[in-house]
Design a binder for this molecule. Structure first.
Ligand SMILES: C[S@@+](CC[C@H](N)C(=O)[O-])C[C@H]1O[C@@H](n2cnc3c(N)ncnc32)[C@H](O)[C@@H]1O
Length: 285
């Protein structure tokens, strides 16, 4: 088992948060956690990670975050404030956590018969979607079981969406964008498929503003999460990648600028739990 100490990891992560790419020989390289890999390799590696963790993903989320990821996701969907008539694309939707909250939130809105709503849950990994679809059936959240909302599950790459221009009124991506090779392509595709007035929202692990707390968080992330992944899911490497990829993701302000560069207006962010995660939001005007 290959591992690193928290201080080695902190050193490795210095100056890497931008995710800047370099050219090695002819092919561009990118990061996969703290490793440098060819761009063509990253998608396959990320795919393998989520294939390995699909069945244990929901249990591990609760264990790693002590259940707090549920609160973050609840706040995220509250900030979105779903209304009848919304057409949501839940990108990198995995096993459906955001979609299920959206559907329950809609269900609690008055006059459910008003205007039909829709959600497409999309992910590059069919295994994650399969787990999600099974959950949806158990929870009574399929098109057949809902009164005025359709639900579609579709395998797709966030960097090359198979949806027409202006086909959604909202786009969410939770804990997905940092796994993508070209974040700029994900953002411009999100912009393309949104209608004017549509909203982009991203929930992602981020960076703490307080250095001592960041240090404590690093200790927890690097010393506890990979062994926990090994113990509960038999997956040390996959969880080592997940914590490394968090450190590599741009800081809040930098990510805000990237969203603006994609064309979005009124871009803002909100830190939750001291910046362990942040919610970024922007509108297509
Ligand atoms: C950590 S999971 C998040 C799942 C769900 N949104 C949640 O909050 O529980 C990240 C997901 O991103 C997906 N993913 C990674 N790269 C992707 C890409 N290029 N396009 C679409 N989905 C991608 C993975 O397959 C995985 O299901």
């Amino acid at each position: 088992v290959h591992t690193r100490t928290a201080s080695q990891s902190a050193q490795n992560s210095k100056g890497m948060a931008s995710g800047a790419e370099s050219i090695s020989g002819k092919e561009k390289t990118t990061h996969f956690g703290f490793q440098t890999v060819r761009e063509s390799e990253k998608e396959q590696k990320v795919h393998e990670v989520f294939e390995q963790v699909a069945n244990s993903y929901d249990v591990m989320n609760d264990a790693m975050s002590l259940g707090i990821h549920r609160v973050w996701k609840d706040v995220f969907v509250e900030r979105l404030g779903p209304t009848h008539g919304m057409r949501l694309l839940d990108m990198a939707g995995g096993t459906g956590d955001i979609t299920f909250r959206y559907l329950r939130y809609l269900n609690n809105q008055p006059n459910p018969q008003q205007r039909p709503s829709h959600v497409t849950v999309s992910d590059i990994n069919q295994h994650m979607l399969n787990v999600g679809e099974e959950r949806a059936k158990r929870l009574g959240l399929t098109t057949d079981q809902l009164s005025n909302c359709t639900v579609a599950w579709q395998c797709a790459d966030a960097e090359k969406l198979p949806f027409p221009d202006a086909s959604f009124t909202a786009y969410t991506i939770a804990f997905g964008i940092r796994n993508c090779t070209h974040v700029d392509k994900v953002l411009s595709e999100a912009y393309r498929v949104l209608q004017p007035g549509g909203r982009f929202m991203c929930l992602e692990f981020s960076h703490l503003t307080n250095e001592t707390m960041q240090w404590l968080y690093d200790q927890y992330s690097f010393q506890v999460i990979p062994p926990m992944g090994q113990l509960l899911a038999g997956q040390w490497q996959a969880y080592q990648y997940l914590v490394e990829s968090i450190r590599r993701f741009p800081k809040q302000e930098q990510f805000k600028q990237m969203i603006e560069q994609a064309g979005f207006d009124q871009v803002s962010y909100e830190n939750l739990t001291f910046g362990v995660v942040s919610i970024h939001s922007g509108f297509k005007l």
